[in-house]
Ligand binder design. Structure first.
Ligand SMILES: [Zn+2]
Length: 164
């Protein structure tokens, strides 16, 4: 049986737009009940379909810039990249207030941290500006540094450069 804190937290996550299946995972409250509350809060049904992948979240330079900042903030709050729904919510609120036109949804930031925790994201150090940004392990081909906009080499070579 869930506590009042679980229910309150679930509603906060619903308001932020986190997908019901993910809320169920972190609160133990059934996705069916969460979908019902979702409809009360938002007046619409949550988007169905698969959860975002790291590759889909990091599909543009603007998103990679946001993601890099989000991960840095997330790490600052707990010193590690362990997936914690409360920390996601706090970091997401902070992120929403800081970015002028944020593109990442809370479910996408959750997917980022999930991938970072299991090692499915790689940190790429840009040889031009020295900044670090993240790519999904499944992303291939040339990419542009989201910080200085230099075209970097293809992903694998960039990885080697970052490690040497
Ligand atoms: Zn750069």
């Amino acid at each position: 049986m869930e506590t009042i804190e679980d229910v309150t937290f679930a509603v906060e996550l619903i308001r932020a737009g986190l997908r019901p299946g993910v809320i169920e995972l972190h609160t133990g409250i059934s996705a069916r009940r969460i979908r019902r509350w979702w409809r009360e809060v938002h007046g619409t049904s949550p988007t169905p379909g698969p959860l975002p992948t790291g590759g889909s979240v990091l599909r543009s330079a603007a998103r990679r810039r946001e993601a890099t900042d989000f991960i840095a903030r997330y790490r600052t709050r707990g010193g590690n990249l362990r997936l914690d729904a409360r920390r996601i919510l706090e970091t997401y609120r902070d992120h929403q207030q800081t970015w002028e036109d944020p593109q990442l949804t809370i479910t996408e930031t959750w997917a980022l941290v999930r991938d970072a925790e299991i090692g499915a994201l790689m940190a790429v150090e840009c040889p031009y500006c020295g900044g670090t940004h993240y790519l999904s392990m499944t992303q291939r081909g040339p990419s542009r540094c989201p910080l200085c906009r230099h075209q970097t080499q293809d992903t694998a070579e960039t990885m080697d450069a970052a490690e040497s």
